[in-house]
Design a binder for this molecule. Structure first.
Ligand code: RIB
Ligand code: CA
Length: 310
């Protein structure tokens, strides 16, 4: 059986780290490349984190392409809003975007821009390529805008983002990835490309609990660095008793969509005002966005651990 071809668009990011290791370890996935976006940390830090993780995992053959800083950067927001946003993301992901130290990268990012890589890879693999954005959707929206044909070339998008029937996690309305670039999110949701949306509806409560120290018990490099990361997260945030598996569930949705109950919606995104970043879903059997509305949490955690222990 041929492997599933994906591009992982990511802002590593603690939970991104687990998702990237899953994709690296799955024998069913062919990572055509990783495209980087700002979000959990600056674009410089998220790029360095991706390169460092590939170095640590001894997977330096996976190409990395630098994308966009994502819309929510200093130039596009008020000083107060940006400071609040920065302190939120530093609390969750630390100053550099990761609560674990990795070796300095032994590889450089490729020269072409992430958006151009997405377009060229989609054209070279028409009908086969799955985009897996697990950060703000800036790169994906830019690719669709630059080359509208990718709407026909891309097989599907599995994205982490949104909160359709539950509150957000940055404001009561908005989930982080959508909050960072609501305009890009709205363009992706309305693109007509088939989307599997893994939002907070299924990701917030599918989590590793503070006391579940035996969730991963192997001694592979991937399992060791994840245990270190979880240990640090729970030490640094004493009142946080769970680590939500937002991005890992999105990679899991590529491999085991049967663990998630999907419902077809039309989805749009509010792009300004106090509800900016809110994902509005209307049930529509002809809609292009399959929203994950329920998940077998226990089985999902078991499957994610299995993949990480490969
Ligand atoms: O809201 C969760 C999402 O925001 C995850 O992708 C996490 O990595 C952050 O980017
Ligand atoms: Ca992420």
């Amino acid at each position: 059986m041929s492997k599933i071809k994906i591009i992982l668009d990511t802002d590593p990011g603690n939970d991104d780290l687990l998702a990237i290791i899953m994709a690296l370890k799955s024998e069913l996935i062919d990572i055509r490349g990783m495209t980087i976006v700002g979000g959990n940390a600056s674009l410089e830090n998220t790029t360095n984190n991706a390169l460092s993780l590939l170095t640590y995992m001894n997977r330096v053959e996976v190409p990395v392409y630098i994308g966009d800083p994502s819309a929510l950067n200093e130039s596009s927001t008020s000083p107060e809003e940006f400071d609040e946003f920065k302190s939120h993301r530093i609390e969750i992901h630390g100053e550099t975007g990761l609560h674990v130290s990795l070796p300095s990268p032994s590889i450089e990012p490729r020269k072409i821009h992430a958006v151009d890589f997405i377009i060229s890879e989609a054209e070279a693999n028409k009908g086969e390529l799955i985009l897996v954005p697990i950060g703000p959707l800036t790169n994906i929206a830019m690719a669709i805008k630059k080359e509208p044909n990718i709407k026909d070339w891309v097989k599907r998008i599995h994205l982490m983002g949104g909160a359709v029937n539950v509150p957000g996690n940055v404001t009561e309305h908005a989930e982080f990835n959508i909050y960072c670039d609501p305009v890009a999110a709205n363009e992706v949701m309305s693109s007509g490309i088939g989307i599997k949306l893994c939002g907070l509806d299924i990701t917030r409560n599918t989590s590793v609990k503070r006391e579940e120290t035996d969730w991963l018990h192997g001694n592979s490099p991937g399992e060791k660095v994840i245990r270190q990361l979880l240990d640090t997260v729970f030490k640094k945030i004493p009142d946080r008793n769970y680590f939500s598996l937002h991005d890992p569930i999105t990679v899991l949705s590529v491999l085991h969509p049967e663990l998630i109950e999907w419902e077809l919606f039309d989805v749009s995104v509010i792009c300004n005002g106090p509800e900016s970043g809110k994902t509005l879903g209307t049930v529509n059997a002809g809609g292009s966005v399959a929203v994950g509305v329920n998940i077998d949490q226990d089985l999902a955690k078991i499957k994610i651990a299995e993949i990480l222990s490969n």
